[in-house]
Design a protein around this ligand. Sequence first.
Ligand SMILES: [Mg+2]
Length: 95
Amino acid sequence: MKDNGLLALAVERCERAQLDMVVEECAELIQAIQKHRRQEDNAGTPMADIIEKGVDVELCLEQLKTIAAEPVLWNHFRTLKLNRLVRKLGVKREA
Ligand SMILES: [Mg+2]
């Protein structure tokens, strides 16, 4: 089974649990970042832990995208947000 199919099946089987998982994984990423930032000597949470939590969030967001089942709307908001970032940074967007 390909990655997209795997994620879609996970969502299909337990949509509510997947939404709860998005919340949980985002909270874990926030906590890892806060622990890292609290340590002035960076002896706290290593960046690898933050990256690992980030990957968890990334996978959950892929599932959320499937739950939403609105790829056009998802991409619409993505374009809006990227254009806002382009204006904020005062740069030109390249394809
Ligand atoms: Mg986790």
